[in-house]
Design a protein. Sequence first.
Length: 258
Amino acid sequence: MSDTTPRALSDATDLQRSDARHELAEDGTPIRVLVVDDEGSIRDIVRGFLEREGMTVLEAVDGPSAVEAARESRPDVVVLDVMLPGFDGLEVLRQIRSFADPYVLLLTARNEEVDRIVGLTVGADDYLTKPFSPRELVARVRALLRRRREPETGGGQVVRSGDLSVDVPGRTVTVAGEPVELTALEFDLLAALVRDPGVVLTRQRLLDAVWGADFFGDDHVLDVHVANLRRKIGRVGADASPIETVRGVGFRFARDRR
């Protein structure tokens, strides 16, 4: 984790220079961000940049305290390091997902691809590799928050394909009447696909629709979340996934097979 600090400190000198619009939750209160890292210098820098955006920052230093803080404070976003004392960030993520659904930005070492893939599979929304720029972290957090404010399109749309039913305005998914539990991001991705059944959506169009037009991370997150959707839908009992891959282009949601 020590390789993160010098680059972060190089940006910290600009903390007072920018006038940013303040982010608010849907109830009008400041956005709550839980920053989980066992290195105090990183927490201090991230706190400074997020507070400049008008966000309320909470901190945790290990796995158990992170879960406790998430349970008590119900943050809107969790910035979560993978390498933690007590138990690691992936276990923190699993436990948080059992009782809450905040946006989760995972912090991983540069070469730990397995951690990134596992993290996305168990429910992270995005990841950032160390060393990172605090400005990039703020941009990723803002991009996650922006999705909740974008108006839904498609009106009172309920889309079906075989035994799968997706109620877009109700944000519910069932297979043969059995509910499918999805994270907020997974549902947003499925909703983007079902609004145009039978139409191939390019990878870039899906990234823009779900992660935001200013997303500049690795587009591999799209593949992992599509795989998550297929796995969860199949686990409940769907005969075949309605999400089809069109090689070299993107994905489409199959029209009703009945």
